[in-house]
Structure formats: structure tokens, C-alpha cells
Design a binder for this molecule. Structure first.
Ligand code: NAD
Length: 351
């Protein structure tokens, strides 16, 4: 492996650790991008990576993404992530997760972990036997409804920017993926009087949306060509890509999925087509806001929703700055996150 220290320096990483436990065969990596704003909180992913470089690349990219998301959301959190190299269907054991937990514990609270792709609550329970630096699970409740709530509020900022009103009633929203977040989003939208078009690989979920909210169900590939006001990707990453960007029939792209744009240049293409893009990590921050305020304790769910409401103001400010400075929304999102990271780093150096 070469070039990682240069990349750490270029991108402001604090620490990247490779982890091996001979007894259990655990192979993992933990990246702490920044603790300038607080402990580095991020999930642990379990995945079959083709090689070690792919695992380290993924953990670094995800850790940096968490720093940006939490900094932009003004949370007292840094960004980190863990990956365990292995097949989540066959390689899990209590011993493996306990070994991982001991490594997390050695980081003395600089890294706090949660579930991510390939890991779930019962795995975290094993990690928790070895360390207190874990959040999530049944005692916390699901962040998904809070993510959906934030996306719904964020859509209002988008509608205000494009249509001159934050009222979504009468608008048509095409939702890709009606899983835990997509379905909760549909409920908010339907209650406000928006018209829904949905798709899901799981036909039962799509049928449920048709029953509950009178959504029009379309095939997976048809969702991109639907004439609609807002396209809401709530499934996998890369929803906007080179194959479909020219076909989109919407005025706004705003959804819960992470990494909506398959490549950064697609933001420019959307802009040229007069389509407003709500940067993913700004609009989908409701879940992490919920996790952090639940971790701190002392706030009711209603109080947490009040904090999530700020996503609407944050996007409104971001779109204004993008217009005034002739920048793309995702460029302003990155600048805002970097400014928020820098201010804290300066404060901690001077304090
Ligand atoms: P989920 O697994 O509950 O739902 C995703 C749904 O999308 C599933 O029903 C799946 O069948 C469907 N799907 C997948 N690929 C599809 C495709 N190509 N076409 C149509 N449907 C497809 O996941 P979720 O928790 O609802 O998360 C949705 C997205 O939001 C993910 O990208 C996730 O990373 C992101 N996100 C979630 C949260 C959260 O709080 N859960 C927070 C931030 C971001």
C-alpha cells in the first residue's frame, strides 16, 4: 500500500488503523478523519472487499463523509468509520465482534461506532460487551423516520427555491425506493397533498405505497423518465449517473440516499439542465442528528425534530450562497462543512 500518508495529509485525516486478531481471524480497518468537533462517530460496515486497498479506500472515503455530514449539520461530532473484511452472511461470530470491540475500546472514545451495511443490532451487542463506545440498537430506536422527516423539510427549501413556495401540495414527487426512509417520506408527502410516483425492487413495498397513498407504481428503470417536480432517490447510491442524467424529467433532485451523484461532474450537468440538486449529506442528516441528541440524552423526539427543522434553513442559505457566488450546491455544502471543521480546529488549537 502506498500513498496513504500523502492522502491522509491532503485530506486532513488524523488516523487510519489496520486491525488484526489472530485468534478470531478479524481483519478490519478504522479511520478517524477528524475529531476537531468531537468524537468521530460512524458505523462499522462488514463487506467482502476484493483486496485490502479497497477496504482502506472505502473506510477513508466513508470516514471523511461522516466528518462533512456532522460538521455541516453543526453537530459536536467528528467523522470516522470502521470496516470489517468478511462476508456478513457467513463470517460473523460473537468472538469476531468482541475482538473488534476491544480495538474500538483502545481508541478511548475518539471513535464511536454504530451499525452500517452488513452489521446489525445483535452484532453491536457483541461489540458492546467490550466497549461503551457504541450507539444504536433497540434502546435507541430507528433513525429512519427522522431521516425521512429531514428530507421532507429539505424538500420544502428546494420547492421554495424553484417554485417560489415551500408548500408541496399538488407537486409530483417520484420516490425511488420505499424502504424504511422512502416509505416514511411518502407518508409526510401524501399528508401534505403531494402526488406520488414510486418504484421499488420489492414489489410488495411498492404495492403498499399504492394502497396507502394512492401512489402510481412504475418499473425500476422508468422512475428516471417520469415527468415530476421532484425526484427523490431513497435507494442505493449513484442514482443519478451518466446513463440517466439526460433523461431526468424533474426540476429538483432531493432524496435520502447517500452519494446520489455517481460522479461529481453530474452536479454540473444537472445545473445546466436547470435541475436543482439538494446535496445528499445536508438533506439526509436527520438520522445522525437524532442519533447524536439521543446519545446525549435529555431531549424529547419533538425537540429533536425542531433541531432537524434547521435542514430547511440550512438548504435555503446554501442555495442563496450558490446563486450569489455562482457555485454548485454541492460545492457550497463542502465549503460549509470545511469552514465548520476549520473553525473548531482553530478553536481547539487556541484553547
Ligand atoms: P432500506 O434498505 O430500508 O430501503 C431501500 C429500498 O430501496 C428497499 O426497499 C430496496 O428494495 C429499494 N431499492 C434498492 N435498489 C433499488 C432500485 N435500484 N430501484 C428501486 N428500489 C430499490 O434503506 P433505508 O434505510 O430506507 O435507506 C435508503 C437510503 O437512504 C440508503 O441509500 C441509505 O444509505 C440512505 N440513508 C438512510 C438513513 C437512515 O436513517 N436509514 C440515513 C441517511 C441516509
Amino acid at each position: 500500500m502506498s500513498g496513504y500518508l500523502d492522502r491522509m495529509a491532503d485530506q486532513g485525516f488524523e488516523e487510519v488503523v489496520l486491525v488484526h486478531d489472530a485468534e478470531t481471524g478479524l481483519k478490519a480497518a478504522i479511520a478517524i478523519h477528524s475529531t476537531a468537533r468531537g468524537p468521530a462517530l460512524g458505523g462499522t460496515r462488514m463487506w467482502i472487499y476484493p483486496n485490502e486497498e479497497a477496504a482502506v479506500d472505502d473506510v477513508m472515503c466513508l470516514a471523511r463523509g461522516m466528518s462533512y455530514k456532522s460538521a455541516a449539520a453543526e453537530l459536536p461530532l467528528g467523522g470516522g468509520k470502521g470496516v470489517i473484511i468478511g462476508d456478513p452472511r457467513h463470517d460473523k461470530s460473537e468472538a469476531l465482534f468482541r475482538a473488534y470491540g476491544r480495538f474500538v475500546d483502545k481508541m478511548n472514545g475518539r471513535f464511536i461506532t454504530a451499525a452500517d451495511m452488513g452489521t446489525e443490532e445483535k452484532d453491536l451487542d457483541c461489540v458492546r460487551l467490550e466497549t461503551d463506545h457504541v450507539v444504536g440498537g433497540s434502546q435507541l430506536g430507528s433513525p429512519s423516520p427522522f431521516t425521512a422527516y429531514g428530507v421532507w423539510k429539505g424538500m420544502k427549501a428546494c420547492a421554495n427555491e424553484v417554485f417560489g413556495t415551500s408548500n408541496l401540495s399538488g407537486l409530483t414527487v417520484a420516490v425511488q425506493g420505499v424502504g424504511t426512509v422512502g416509505a416514511a417520506l411518502c407518508r409526510h408527502l401524501a399528508e401534505e397533498g403531494a402526488r406520488l410516483i414510486v418504484t421499488d425492487l420489492d414489489g410488495e413495498k411498492a404495492a403498499k405505497a399504492e394502497d396507502l397513498w394512492n401512489a402510481k407504481v412504475v418499473g425500476h428503470d422508468q422512475i428516471y423518465t417520469q415527468k415530476c417536480d421532484i425526484f427523490a432517490p431513497c435507494a442505493a447510491g449513484g442514482a443519478v449517473n451518466a446513463d440517466n442524467v439526460e433523461k431526468l424529467q424533474c426540476k429538483v433532485v432531493a432524496g435520502a440516499a447517500n452519494n446520489v451523484l455517481k460522479d461529481d461532474y453530474l452536479g454540473e450537468v444537472l445545473h445546466k439542465h436547470g435541475i436543482l440538486y439538494a446535496p445528499d449529506y445536508i438533506i439526509n442528516a436527520g438520522g445522525i442528528i437524532f442519533v447524536e441528541y439521543s446519545r446525549q440524552g435529555g431531549k424529547t423526539h419533538d425537540e429533536i425534530r425542531q433541531i432537524i427543522n434547521r435542514i430547511e434553513e440550512r438548504l435555503t442559505r446554501l442555495f442563496t450562497r450558490a446563486r450569489e457566488e455562482n457555485l454548485l450546491p454541492q460545492q457550497v455544502a463542502d465549503l460549509t462543512a470545511e469552514e465548520n471543521l476549520q473553525v473548531k480546529a482553530d478553536l481547539s488549537r487556541s484553547g
